[in-house]
Every structure is written in C-alpha cells, then in structure tokens.
Ligand binder design. Structure first.
Ligand code: DC
Length: 215
C-alpha cells in the first residue's frame, strides 16, 4: 500500500501540494479536514450542538460521507460550500477534539486507503496516527501572516483580520488538544512554504520520493 501523508496547519499549502502529488503519482487524494467539517455540518444541520460529545460521536458513526475531489456529500446532501462556511469553521475544532469522533474518522480513513491500495491523505495527524508507516511524510508550515493571507484570498467574504484571528484560534485549539494534536512526526520532511511557490514545493517533494524509492 502506497500512502503519502501531508500534515500541517491551515493555510500551509497542504491541499494544493497533496492534490498535485496525487495527480503526479496516479494516486487518489483524501482531504481528512473535509471529513471533520462534514461531521460538524451534519450536527448543525440536525439542530444539534457540535460541542456535545455524545451528539457529535453518534453523528460521526451514522453519517454517510462522500468526500470527492471537488464535491462533498453529507447524507446525500451537497455540502461542498457549507463545510467551508463560517458556522462550520467556528465549530469544527470542538468536533475534531472529540476522541470518539476521531476514532471513527481515523477508521474510515484507513479503510479508504485500504480499498484503493493507498493514496495521498492530508490532515493534522496522518503521519503521526492514521498512517505512522506512510512511505513519505511531509509536514508543511508557513508563517501565520502568510497562512492568513492565503486563506483570506480563498474566503472572499471575510476580511484579513477576521481570517487571521480565526486561524490563530484554530491553530491553538488543534495544537493543544489532548487527543492527536497537530504535531510533526519525527520522521517527517518539514517544508516551510513561506515565500515559496507551490510548484516548487511539489517538485522538491517528488524528488525526495524518488530518492527514497531509489535508495
Ligand atoms: O484542514 P481544515 O482546516 O479543513 O481542517 C478542519 C479542522 O479539522 C481543523 O480545525 C483541524 C481538524 N482536523 C483534524 O483534527 N485532523 C485531521 N486529520 C484533519 C483536520
């Protein structure tokens, strides 16, 4: 099974790098952040409280998720836009800190890769928890101001200050939570993408992979 793990905080360039790598290697791509967002969306849609551990856990276990490259279906409902909206973004850290939710989604991520003979997975804990034996682990970083600038460009309805404040809050929650916090795997290749163009990052990672495979 060929698994490539791409971890790092929001705005570090994970999605762009992971998608490009998947295309270059002929592997499928899974955005695991979209899964945590989709569960959050499902809780909100049913009128539940994402902060209530039992509600979030039950939803994670029962929800039907279809995480495509450009489309996310939650119980058959197209929630592609909603999962990136402010409501979900505000509540997702609480859901991602829930151990029962993580257990369920990690199991689904492993099953996803098993069925496909591997893949490129991006998230926060892929190299540390989901696939500690991944063929290659990349940990992307970038300084907070640059990450906020990238995110602000993506979400056109929020200004830079709001995006920067939200990113800082989520960084703190994701890095300090008790279960599977965001951190670098000891054997990950760390790439600081501040000031780098993503094409360059993809080329370097592909070169690394070739070195690993040849060596
Ligand atoms: O990458 P993103 O911003 O779409 O992720 C949404 C949230 O889910 C974020 O707060 C971190 C969390 N997450 C996680 O805890 N573990 C993952 N493997 C992926 C995302």
């Amino acid at each position: 099974m060929r698994v490539i793990a791409i971890d790092g905080p929001a705005g570090s360039g994970k999605s762009t790098v992971a998608r490009a790598l998947a295309a270059a290697l002929g592997l499928q791509y899974l955005d695991t952040g979209a899964m945590y967002r989709a569960v959050t969306f499902a809780v909100l849609r049913s009128g539940g409280d994402p902060g209530d551990p039992d509600t979030a856990a039950a939803t994670a276990r029962s929800v039907e998720l279809d995480i495509g490259l450009d489309r996310v279906l939650v119980d058959g409902f197209d929630a592609t836009l909603e999962i990136r909206g402010p409501e979900v973004t505000r509540a997702v850290s609480a859901v991602a800190a829930n151990p029962a939710v993580r257990r369920e989604l990690v199991a689904r991520q492993r099953e996803w890769a098993r069925q496909r003979g591997g893949g490129v997975l991006e998230g926060r804990d892929i190299g540390t928890v989901v696939f500690p034996d991944a063929e290659l682990k990349v940990y992307l970083t970038a300084d907070p101001a640059e990450r906020a600038r990238r995110r602000a460009k993506e979400v056109t309805d929020l200004d830079y200050e709001t995006v920067a404040a939200d990113l800082a809050r989520r960084d703190a929650l994701d890095s300090n939570r008790e279960v599977d916090p965001l951190m670098e795997a000891g054997d990950a290749v760390v790439v600081d993408t501040t000031g780098l163009d993503i094409e360059g990052v993809v080329t370097s990672v592909l070169a690394l992979l070739k070195e690993n495979t040849d060596g």
